[in-house]
Design a protein around this ligand. Structure first.
Ligand code: SF4
Ligand code: SF4
Length: 320
């Protein structure tokens, strides 16, 4: 197994820095870019209080409910479900359309794309994982990753019983996003608790064991066509780096080692966040983005190069 402090080193040597960090860089750009879009108005007003800040209307609202160019509504489908469970009788048509738009989007690209490409808490939990790795912290409390699904059920039950959107008061995702605009208050304590929980108590604790939002998006992600594929899995040299960087490492092995059992080389688990880190760190280029339906896809270019060099080496050895 690779030592944790050298993750991606072999990929950099074989594929170059950009190919070894591409998806991570694009993801961070997306997360920060989306935050900035929401912040354009406050930034514009801060720079010039008298300006009309028209540009700022690109994205208005927050991650729970927003409008694109003051026209296209977007509503968090989980928030919408909580409204239904709570028995809200007058849900605006805009909210229904917004929930449908977001629902269709994540059904297509993968539910947990929200986690790795949009959610600001992911930056916090990734930072905790990075520090945990640097400090070589191991162990911690082990508990089932299915708890998140029970908590998701609880969120809806509590909404139904209280007739309110109770979870939204303590949801770290909404809290962090709102807090960045209006001030965090005691929200910092909640975010700090998530960070410490991930750092000390359980590796990747919040996102992969607890968060009901992530659980909801995992359910959506089960049917999406966009998938990470491992078509070149025969090139895997068991370095183990993909297992280390993957927030849901349990979903990789069945696909990577499932050839004899007839398991297709595609990650179909809804828990996959489509973060692309497995693609980045794999020096053998085993993984790539594709779709769930491909029957005979070509190996990715770098993998093909490695495969060809291995084949020609074998044929030379046979001749000699
Ligand atoms: S699991 Fe929850 S907190 Fe983590 S990235 Fe997904 S939505 Fe955000
Ligand atoms: S399988 Fe790959 S893309 Fe999916 S969560 Fe793990 S590292 Fe990210």
């Amino acid at each position: 197994m690779a030592t944790e402090l050298k993750i991606g080193q072999e990929a950099i040597e074989k594929k170059g820095w950009w190919q070894a960090y591409k998806w991570l860089v694009l993801r961070r750009t997306s997360q920060i870019g989306i935050l900035l879009l929401f912040m354009l108005i406050p930034i514009c007003k801060w720079i010039s209080p008298e300006a009309d800040c028209q540009l700022g209307w690109i994205m208005k609202g927050n991650l729970s409910s927003s409008k694109f160019f003051d026209t296209i509504p977007m509503t968090d489908p989980l928030l919408f479900l909580q409204m239904i469970a709570a028995g809200f009788t007058s849900i605006a048509v805009e909210a229904v359309i917004g929930a449908l738009i977001i629902l269709v989007f994540y059904l297509l690209v993968g539910g947990r794309v929200f986690c790795s490409w949009v959610c600001p808490v992911n930056i916090v939990t990734d930072a905790a994982f990075w520090l945990r790795t640097r400090l070589k912290l191991v162990g911690g409390t082990r508990f089932s990753r299915n708890i998140r699904y029970w908590l998701l059920g609880m969120v809806l039950i509590v909404s139904a019983v209280t007739g309110s959107l109770a979870y939204e008061l303590i949801n770290p995702v909404s809290m962090l996003h709102r807090g960045l605009f209006f001030g965090m208050g005691f929200g910092w304590l909640v975010i700090a608790a998530v960070f410490v929980f991930d750092l000390i108590i359980t590796k990747r604790g919040w996102c992969t064991h607890i968060c009901p939002v992530g659980a909801f998006y995992s359910l959506l992600g089960k049917v999406s066509p966009l998938r990470v594929r491992a078509d070149a899995r025969e090139l895997c040299d068991d370095c183990g780096e993909c297992y280390i960087v993957c927030p849901e490492a349990q979903i990789i092995k069945p696909v990577l080692k499932g050839k004899e059992k007839g398991i297709a080389p595609v990650i179909l688990a809804g828990e996959c966040t489509n973060c692309g880190r497995c693609i980045d760190v794999c020096a053998e280029d085993v993984f790539h983005f594709g779709n769930r339906y491909s029957v005979s896809p070509k190996p990715a270019p770098i993998a093909a190069k490695i495969l060809n060099s291995k084949l020609s080496k074998n044929s030379l050895e046979q001749k000699s």
